[in-house]
Design a protein around this ligand. Sequence first.
Ligand code: HEM
Length: 412
Amino acid sequence: MNAPHDTKSRPGAFRLYGPQFQTSPAELYRQMRAQYGPVAPVLLEGDVPAWLVIGYRELHHVLSHPEVFARSSRRWNAWDLIPENWPLRPMVMRTPTVLFAEGEEHRRRAGAISDALAGADQHEVRQYATQAADRLIDGFCTASKADLRASYAARLPAVVLGRLYGLDQERADVLAEAMTTMVDGGPDAVRAQQFLLKTMGELVAARRRRPGNDVVSRMINHPAALRDEELIPDLVVVLGGGHQPTTEWLGNTLRLMLTDDRFAASLTGARRSVREALTEVLWEDTPTQNYLGRYAARDVELGGQLIRTGDLLLLGLAGANSDPRINSGPDAQGWGNQAYLSFSHGEHRCPYPAQELAEIIVTAGVEVLLDRLPDVELAVGADELRWRPSPWMRGLVALPVVFTPVPPLGGQ
Ligand code: HEM
């Protein structure tokens, strides 16, 4: 498959883009590990150099030492290689978001996000998620087939997050589409990001005038006293950073349950294994397979490589989860073990209340679907399912299913 690449700048580096992500990135990570060990030189689009950290211990070390592996892209030593229209620019752009904040400023902003999300009543979130799932299923349940990714998994998280922001379903759908475009990093990525910033600006102005019981108002009224230039980009981060991985978590869990005999019991009523499926996906097909990134604050040795000041390190979350030094598969340790790095680790990790919200949304998404369409099954062979070509997110292009039509519930 993807043979290591020779370039002048970095002989032997692996290209971190291209069709191999549509087939088996796990194989690619195995090849990298065999050739380089836990820290592999890679090339991003346009042959921009970076390091991919795929060793579990090494990644844990990087995430635990923000003073050495820092978050702000102002430290990057490759800015002069980056064209204005570089497709990954939204991931590195120095917008003043919580993602690039460091130290005390990061604690203040991440604290406000965490508190605003924690302020959502979990019982209510479960209700929102269940109602939204029912409403989405109403949209296709009278037909005998559907694409569960497009019509369900790619909409449910945005609708629930939109509801937590106080938005209606239609506006949440528009945002969901823009977020997918931005995260996929294609030619429209920059435009999508600008659209999201503009929409959030309008929402903040509206909530400042008339606060409500929602995440946006809680962030506005938080003691951190965030200014609009902090609030607006951070609201995009929460929405975009929440929607996309939760979509893939739901889609990948449904795929697992529809393709793997071990979960067939759940499809006929037993719910015992929904949670196991959720956890197994985080180990095996984690939604954020790679994440960009950290920047070396000084020259440092890591996993046998010399990392130079300002070098970009990518978090190889999927690679680290499958590090044979810690992961010997489900038979040895069971999938109940939650030591995966899927939500990252350390001070920039996915906030705990966000992780809980995501789990509520995905669990409701699976359970409601199985309740409503108990005989749902794949419309194609498991090996015909295609993965999206993104090296960042691990998710399906489509999840086509067939089922016996049922009447809509309506009225919610
Ligand atoms: C309700 C859904 C979610 C919300 C609102 C959310 C929100 C966030 C926020 C605000 C951050 C930035 C944290 C910071 O820089 O301080 C973040 C980071 C992150 N989230 Fe989530 N998230 C959600 C779901 C998920 C899911 C399902 C996954 C994957 C399974 C995930 C994986 C990550 C990762 C890998 C990071 C990067 C952390 C780092 O830089 O080390 N998130 N999330």
